[in-house]
Design a protein around this ligand. Structure first.
Ligand code: PLP
Length: 388
């Protein structure tokens, strides 16, 4: 029997070790891992530079309090700001903590400029921002919030793509709109660039803040460092996590100068957030995944992969409805429930994971090799032909 609580529906498989894009199971099988801890292991398993970093740092310093200077965190924050819209960074340990902290930054900004009633956050109905109490009520999902009342108030919702209701839901108490540029759990649904542009304009007009949750789609996964970059807009606040630690738990909130005024000493904190061990790893991941050459490679290889996936879709138009996403945040949307498809991929040694709307989510490591993509394509093709 297992002494672990039953809050996950785990597959009956465990792994002994991982190397690059592959996982090796306890019973000796080799799997192509296109889950990557759900967009977390950006550089695959056991990347030599990450091993070296963690070994070196582990001999120096693991953890100290945020009561002291942490040069490794200063370095990572500087890199994140120099690469993006941000002026300041606040480190956390996970995505949900980062989205919650983003909400805190937004509310605290309006409080600090004398508008404490501007505190409501407008989100997409059935979105995903994590599993803490505030984050589940931010999602507006019945399934995630059921049984976890009393309801955390302060969130309003609009339907994805429903611009009329979005505009209607903004009122004098609205502080911010919070959305994912590409919805991960929600089924790899992209907010088009023109829409992000309009969102920015709307926020400017209404004098509210734009929070873009890049926990899943950020850190080079989309082919740009941030998924919103393609739209050329600048958000006010961006929570990140998943990919930045390459497997080590790191979260962060990036913010511009304007909103940072509220975050004075004592307003927020985290015991573990930004500790030297985490920051050392974050710096190494950042150095690799944010380089121009690396991003160019993600873009070109993922374009190739997307094209081939669309070819498979054309071959099996009765099985595959749509290929979604960009970069290495991709989804195969099926007409039917995706469980059987995912199981068959796994039987053929390719690991993928579900997302909403019958989507099979595909998240290769960002440094995946072309021959590994070809191998995955072959397996996907085979499974389609078996299900035909
Ligand atoms: C995964 C995810 C989160 C929550 O991250 P955790 O580390 O699981 O708390 C928040 N927002 C988005 C968009 C995510 O994909």
């Amino acid at each position: 029997m297992s002494y672990l609580a039953k809050n996950y529906n785990r597959k009956k498989i465990s792994f002994k070790y991982g190397r690059g894009s592959y996982l090796f199971s306890s019973n000796g099988k080799k799997y192509l891992d296109f889950v990557m801890g759900i967009s977390v292991n950006s550089l695959g398993h056991a990347h030599p530079k990450l091993i070296k970093t963690i070994n070196n740092q582990s001999k120096k310093l693991w953890h100290i309090s945020n009561a002291f200077q942490i040069p490794e965190g200063e370095r990572l924050a500087k890199k994140l700001c120099q690469k993006t819209f941000a002026d300041y960074v606040m480190f956390q340990n996970s995505g949900a903590e980062a989205t919650e902290a983003a909400i805190k930054v937004a509310r605290r900004y309006f409080y600090s400029i004398g508008k404490p009633n501007k505190n409501r956050i407008l989100c997409i109905k059935n979105s995903f921002h994590g599993r803490t109490l505030a984050a589940i009520f931010a999602s507006g999902s019945k399934k995630m919030t059921e049984g976890f009342g009393p309801k955390i108030s302060g969130f309003d919702h609009f339907k994805f793509g429903d611009h009329k209701s979005l505009k209607k839901k903004i009122n004098k108490n609205t502080a911010a709109i919070m959305v994912e540029p590409i919805m991960g759990e929600g089924g790899i649904k992209e907010i088009p660039d023109w829409c992000l542009k309009e969102l920015r304009k709307l926020c400017n007009k209404k004098k509210i803040l734009l929070i873009l949750d890049e926990v899943q789609c950020g850190i080079s996964r989309s082919g740009d460092f941030f998924a919103f970059e393609k739209s050329k807009i600048k958000p006010d606040i961006v929570p990140i996590a998943k990919g930045i630690g390459g497997g080590f738990p790191i979260g962060a909130v990036l913010m511009n100068k304007k909103v940072a005024v509220g975050m004075i000493p004592g307003t927020h904190g985290s015991t573990f957030g930004g500790n030297p061990l985490a920051m050392a790893v974050g710096n190494t991941v950042m150095d690799i995944v944010s380089s121009k050459k690396f991003l160019k490679n993600v873009k070109s290889l993922s374009k190739y992969f997307l094209l081939k996936l669309n070819n498979i879709k054309d071959q099996y138009p009765n099985i595959i409805k749509e290929i979604r996403g960009r970069g290495f945040l991709l989804g195969i949307q099926l007409y039917k429930d995706q469980s059987k498809f995912i199981k068959k991929l796994m039987d053929n040694r390719l690991l993928t994971i579900r997302a909403a709307e019958n989507v099979v989510r595909i998240l290769p490591p960002l440094n995946v090799k072309k021959k590994e993509l070809d191998k995955a394509l072959k397996i996907i093709n085979k499974v389609c032909s078996e299900l035909k």
